[in-house]
Design a protein around this ligand. Structure first.
Ligand code: MG
Length: 269
C-alpha cells in the first residue's frame, strides 16, 4: 500500500520534517573532538521533547536510541556509545521524528575537523548523489528514475562501492512504508511518482567495496573491507510544482535552484 498525502497532510509532513531539520542542526554543531555518540542521543531526546515530538527510532525493532551514529567504516545503524569522536573521523547521523502522527527521517555524514581529500570527496559525492536523486522526483516519472540518477552521479564521480542491502522508503504515517527506493538502476521501473507521494531517499557509498556485514549487536552495519562510508538522506514530497525537501530547512529551494530544478519550496516554504 502506497500512501498518498493530501495537501493538508503534506503540511503535517512538512512540520515533522522541519523538526528533524532543526534537531539535525543542533546535533551537527555538537560533533566535535571529544564529544560522544551518547551526547548526541541526549541532545536529540531533549530537542524532541522541547518541540512536542517523539522518536521514531527509539524502540524501532528494539533499537535502543533516538539516533543512529555511524563512525568511519560503520555504514548505518550505529548504536550510540561513549567512544569520543576524534579529529579526522567521519560521523553519520541518522535521525527522525514524529510530530502529530507524521514521520520525518534524514541523515548526514560530517567530518570531525580535518579529513583527507578522498574522504572529503566521498561526503560531497554522496550528498550530490542524494540531490541528483531528488531532482529525479518529478510527477509522472518512476521510482526507478531516482536510483538511476543516484547511480549515474556516483559512477561519474569515482570508484565507489554502492551499498545495495539498504535503501530508501516511503514515509508518512509510519517511518518505513512502500515503496522501497533502490540506490541503483533496477530492471523494474517501480511505482509512478505522483503528487502527495513522500519518499525518504538515502544513498550509502564507500571508498572501497559495497559489501557489508551486521555486527553481533544485530544493528551496526560495517563495510567488509574496512573502507569508510557516507550516508545522506532526506524525506521528500512529490508535488505538482516539483520536489519539496521536507527535511531541509529551506525545503530544498537553494540547492534545487543551483541544480536548475523547479522546487515546490519556492511556493510552499
Ligand atoms: Mg530512512
Amino acid at each position: 500500500m502506497i500512501e498518498i498525502k493530501s495537501p493538508e497532510q503534506l503540511a503535517g509532513m512538512r512540520a515533522a520534517g522541519l523538526v528533524v531539520a532543526e534537531i539535525h542542526e543542533v546535533m551537527r554543531a555538537a560533533i566535535v573532538p571529544g564529544a560522544t555518540p551518547l551526547d548526541l542521543d541526549v541532545i536529540a531526546r531533549r530537542e524532541l521533547a522541547a518541540r512536542g515530538a517523539t522518536s521514531n527510532f527509539l524502540g524501532y525493532g528494539g533499537f535502543p536510541a533516538t539516533v543512529c551514529v555511524s563512525v568511519n567504516d560503520v555504514v548505518v545503524h550505529g548504536i550510540p556509545d561513549a567512544t569520543p569522536f576524534r579529529d579526522g573521523d567521519v560521523v553519520s547521523l541518522d535521525f527522525g521524528a514524529v510530530l502529530d502522527g507524521w514521520h520525518g527521517d534524514a541523515a548526514v555524514t560530517v567530518p570531525v575537523g580535518e579529513v583527507p581529500d578522498d574522504v572529503a570527496r566521498l561526503l560531497v559525492d554522496c550528498d550530490d548523489a542524494l540531490w541528483s536523486g531528488i531532482t529525479a522526483m518529478k510527477s509522472g516519472r518512476r521510482v526507478r528514475d531516482i536510483g538511476t540518477a543516484i547511480e549515474k552521479t556516483i559512477e561519474a564521480r569515482g570508484d565507489y562501492g554502492i551499498v545495495e542491502e539498504y535503501g530508501g522508503h516511503g514515509i508518512g504515517t509510519a517511518m518505513h512504508m512502500d515503496p522501497h527506493v533502490m540506490n541503483y538502476r533496477t530492471r523494474q521501473r517501480g511505482p509512478k511518482l505522483v503528487p502527495g507521494l513522500c519518499l525518504a531517499v538515502e544513498p550509502m557509498i564507500t571508498l572501497g567495496g559495497p559489501e557489508t556485514h551486521v555486527l553481533a549487536d544485530e544493528w551496526t552495519v560495517k563495510t567488509d573491507d574496512g573502507s569508510w562510508a557516507a550516508h545522506f538522506e532526506h524525506s521528500i514530497a512529490v508535488t505538482p510544482e516539483g520536489p519539496w525537501v521536507l527535511t531541509a530547512l529551506d525545503g530544498g529551494a537553494a540547492r534545487l535552484a543551483e541544480l536548475g530544478v523547479p522546487a515546490a519550496a519556492a511556493r510552499r516554504g
